[in-house]
Ligand binder design. Structure first.
Ligand SMILES: [Zn+2]
Length: 405
């Protein structure tokens, strides 16, 4: 079976995760287990006899080694859920064969067009076969393409011809809501190192991500009738605005790219009595990350001195860290991926993620785990697509990665 055929099958399962589900509910949506069960059956049919879904909906299975030499156990990981930011049910995927490089009419009835003017990546795929949506849902190549590529590689390996060590496979729920690593059993996977196959454009390798923190600034004001307020009212909203105005105005997402970090105001609410600002803080560089957090503390301290103790309450906690420090001591993992790509005719490109990844948390749980491309584009939206040929290339890449010699 080809990888794209698997993908077309998997996208018929609605596996949208739910960020509002209670923290102790795993998976966040029961329907993810339907795909998990189907994958277990498929893995068993591929000769992964130990394939199993655990109580939290994580799927594990191994492809036994077919050589006696001592080679590392390599893990391959993808996630089963799709992003709640677009509809993930009733997906009507179709293949645009031999793409002509022009506009793609996704949906005649609703006049939804995907145009290379708006989505420049399309220009790279003239003559390729593109899997697209009908413009009303996401596709789910993020990350069902990863699942499909891993199992297609496993099937090819099972059919022989390539010497390989033990391959440990895992499929996780709830990656899109940041919980994919929560219940991951690194020991059960039993790999020396692993790759998540969850990236975008063919050839991307990612082993740097942001250091991340969340900050909640609560401003306690004093409210008095505006007519009697002179020298007495302390308007929480104005103090909140003052807090924000003391942050560097150009260190925000709209003014930063590449390795530039930011603080980002995600939510604000308030009245005279009380105001709340919610921020996220991001930086690849640990020192700069610490500086950014220290600045929040400094501003809170300054305003408390100015307006009185306990005016500003700052609640800051770290969310995740840059996996780079966990990968750099094992750069052979990156070298292996680069070589595997070149041997498959794919030019590797190392990019820094401006976000997080499950692999980052797994890396801090003792399993070095960079991220590889799936080949897809425009994730989390209705214009998501993936070229069939990119999926085929990724299957080659994965086979090359686990190849023993
Ligand atoms: Zn993903």
């Amino acid at each position: 079976m080809k990888a794209y055929e698997r993908l077309l099958k998997y996208v018929t399962f609605d596996t949208t995760s739910d960020e509002n589900a209670p923290e102790d509910r795993c998976p966040s949506t029961k329907k993810q287990k339907m795909l998990a069960n189907a994958l277990v059956e498929e893995m068993k049919a591929l000769g992964m006899d130990d394939a199993q879904m655990d109580a939290d909906g994580y799927v594990y299975g191994t492809l036994p080694a077919n050589c006696n030499e001592k080679v590392p156990v390599i893990g391959l990981i993808a996630h089963m859920d799709t992003s709640p930011s677009a509809k993930g049910a009733d997906i009507k995927a179709r293949i645009v064969k031999n793409y002509d490089g022009g506009d793609i009419l996704l949906n005649a009835e609703h006049k939804i067009v995907m145009s290379p003017e708006k989505f420049e990546s399309l220009a790279d795929y003239k003559g390729k076969d593109l899997i697209v949506t009908d413009g009303t849902t996401l596709l789910g190549a993020d990350d069902k393409a990863g699942v499909a590529e891993i199992l297609t590689a496993a099937e090819r390996l099972k059919n022989g011809g390539v010497k390989h060590g033990k391959i440990a496979v895992a499929f996780t729920p709830d990656e899109e809501i940041g919980r994919g690593a929560d219940k991951f059993d690194v020991n059960r996977l039993g790999a020396d190192f692993a790759y998540t196959v969850d990236g975008g454009k063919l050839g991307e390798i990612e082993y740097e991500n942001f250091n991340a923190a969340a900050a909640v600034v609560t401003v306690n004001g004093v409210n008095i009738h505006p007519g009697d307020a002179k020298n007495r009212m302390k308007n929480a909203q104005l103090m909140a605005i003052e807090f924000n105005s003391m942050l560097p105005p150009n260190e925000i997402p709209a003014c930063t790219e590449g390795y530039e970090g930011f603080h980002h105001l995600c939510h604000m609410e308030g009245d005279e009595e009380k105001a709340v600002l919610r921020y996220i803080i991001r930086d690849h560089d640990m020192d700069k990350f610490r500086e950014k957090k220290a600045r929040f503390e400094k501003i809170a301290g300054y305003l408390n001195e100015k307006y009185g103790e306990d005016t500003i309450e700052l609640d800051m906690c770290d969310s995740y860290y840059n996996m780079k420090e966990k990968i750099v001591p094992h750069m052979h993992i990156i070298d292996r991926a680069q070589k595997a790509m070149r041997d498959a005719g794919v030019e590797p490109e190392i990019v820094a993620i401006r976000g997080g990844t499950d692999g980052a948390r797994l890396s801090f749980m003792g399993l070095p785990c960079p991220n590889l491309s799936t080949g897809g584009h425009n994730f989390h939206g209705r214009f998501e697509y993936i070229p069939v040929q990119s999926m085929d290339s990724m299957v080659e890449v994965l086979i090359n990665i686990v190849k023993a010699f």
